[in-house]
Design a binder for this molecule. Structure first.
Ligand SMILES: [Zn+2]
Length: 244
């Protein structure tokens, strides 16, 4: 696979705390179920719990939202060009340094191949770990400030809410696999829709902000109605695996 840097569709982690307005609208119920086959190659050896979280979250995006059923094939992949309803999803143990020749804030990417439409999406597990660690530090700092204010009998500085909401600790245990899942789903949509650009809101925005992950808001990690419709159109009727 030839990788052309300019054709990389990548998802970056944003450190800015600006909130992104959500454009999500509940999708109409899908009339039928389409199938997407995902060959998941796990180079990180994630735990069964993390794997379940990853698959559940991607399933929530594709199945619950778009009616697209995912058939997971673990640690196996056919040695042929994949069809329209097939993808490879590789969890890499690295931080992507080798891809970008130095540190970056990229967590996932979906390179074009020679045909113009790649079928592989990559997620860098170490980037997800780093992302979670930044969230932990923010949550700890905010929690400490709230505790100090409480013991001193003074009001909590409003800027603390911008750092992390009071319930931030709830989302930290599952954050690493959730970052992997949502980054993967983002790249999968790039591939499936051959979508090179990003949306203003939704899962397909250009970058994810750490604060968003501490608020437990699923809406900003879901697809827009037009993205759902495009996926359904693409995968209907159920395509059989082409023999090539
Ligand atoms: Zn992207």
């Amino acid at each position: 696979m030839k990788t052309v840097p300019n054709s990389l569709r990548i998802l970056r982690l944003a450190l800015a705390s600006a909130l992104i307005a959500s454009l999500y609208v509940a999708a109409p119920a899908a009339a039928q179920t389409q199938e997407l086959i995902v060959y998941l190659i796990d180079h990180q050896f994630v735990s069964d719990t993390e794997m379940a979280t990853i698959q559940d979250e991607i399933g929530a995006i594709f199945h619950a939202q778009a009616g697209v059923d995912i058939r997971w094939v673990l640690d196996d992949s056919p040695r042929r060009q994949l069809g329209n309803n097939e993808l490879r999803f590789l969890i890499l143990a690295s931080d992507g340094t080798r891809w970008f020749h130095g540190p970056s804030n990229v967590i996932g990417l979906a390179p074009h191949d020679d045909s113009g439409v790649g079928r592989n999406c990559f997620v860098f597990y170490r980037q997800a770990l780093w992302f979670r660690q930044q969230a932990v530090l923010r949550c700890r700092e905010a929690t400490r400030a709230r505790t100090q204010a409480l013991s001193a009998g003074v009001a909590v500085d409003p800027s603390i809410d911008d750092l992390a909401p009071a319930e931030c600790g709830e989302y930290l245990p599952s954050l690493t696999p959730m970052v992997v899942a949502r980054a993967a789903a983002h790249e999968m949509v790039h591939i499936l829709l051959n979508k090179l650009d990003h949306s203003e809101g939704s899962l397909m925005r250009k970058s994810f902000d750490i604060k968003e992950w501490l608020e437990g808001d699923q809406v900003s990690f879901r697809l827009l109605p037009e993205e759902i419709t495009a996926l359904q159109d693409l995968l209907t009727p159920v395509a059989t695996t082409p023999a090539r």
